[in-house]
Design a protein around this ligand. Structure first.
Ligand code: 4H6
Length: 253
């Protein structure tokens, strides 16, 4: 997969491209990252890419032309026509389904905004989609772009060594991940749940599914609305409630 990144601070991506899953994807030739700096397309002698907002107000706005020229330069290098995505607090919230869909594309271009924002006319003419990584603001689109690139890269076949770690992963089936334990059996004064030592694969699977459903119900109940449960999931959810009720009684609630 070919990914173009439009940023005035490409050095922020150094960690992403040198260590971890994305770096390995690049080294193995499954992923290519191309950086284009809008500053290289600035027209004045100060190489400025921002200016004061029309209508007044605080801060600076990224100018359309250097961004447009940078996207066009990236587009010329991309294999085919790459969709252009602006990382923005005003975008649609990025999720695992979008990550999977993104990994199926040949190319993508991410635009990272800075200053107080981006001239709306650039967005109108050049941006296909706006994605947000959540309802909060950071100082530039670079950190959100890195987050999204990592999420997409790990969905590209062969980038994660173990393909099972994708399949078992949280969110794909609409539940949170079950709790994980590793050696030793006793640590920080706590034992590992006995069922995980039983060797009974069926019991272990049911235990993990029950804990995944319990966590989702307790922490993210909205993930469980508007969906159909299998007969097995319904049984496991009932187990959770019965367990809750008896725990509450024990604690004199
Ligand atoms: C576009 C427009 C994405 C990009 C404005 C970007 C959060 C997210 C940015 C801005 C982002 C997210 C610049 C506005 C700094 C605030 C860059 N913040 N901002 N949630 N910031 O995905 O000032």
């Amino acid at each position: 997969m070919w990914i173009g990144v439009i940023s005035v601070l490409p050095e922020l991506f150094a960690g992403l491209t040198t260590s971890g899953v994305v770096a390995r994807g690049i080294a193995e030739g499954r992923l290519h990252l191309e950086f284009v700096n809008p500053r290289d397309f600035a027209r004045d002698k100060y190489q400025s890419v921002d200016d004061r907002p029309f209508g007044g107000g605080a801060g600076m706005v990224m100018q359309a032309e250097p961004l447009a020229a940078a996207v066009s330069a990236a587009q010329r290098q991309a294999p085919g026509r790459a969709p252009v995505v602006l990382l923005s607090p005003q975008g649609r919230v990025f999720d695992q389904t979008t990550a999977q869909a993104g990994a199926g594309l040949d190319s993508l271009i991410f635009v990272c905004g800075r200053y107080e924002g981006v001239d709306e006319r650039f967005i109108q003419r050049y941006v296909d989609e706006q994605w947000s990584i959540g309802d909060f603001v950071v100082s530039g689109g670079e950190l959100p772009a890195m987050t999204v690139i990592d999420a997409i890269a790990r969905q590209i076949p062969g980038v994660l060594g173990n393909s099972r770690s994708i399949i078992d992963e949280s969110h794909l089936d609409g539940t949170l991940e079950y709790p994980q334990y590793t050696r030793p059996e006793n640590t920080v004064d706590l034992p590992v749940p006995a069922v995980l030592l039983s060797g009974d694969h069926g019991r272990i699977q049911r235990y993990r599914r029950r804990e995944a459903l319990r966590r989702t119900f307790e922490r993210r109940p909205e993930m469980l609305t508007c969906r159909v449960f299998s007969a097995e999931d319904r049984k496991l959810l009932v187990d959770c409630f019965e367990n809750e009720a008896s725990n509450a009684k024990k604690q004199n609630y």
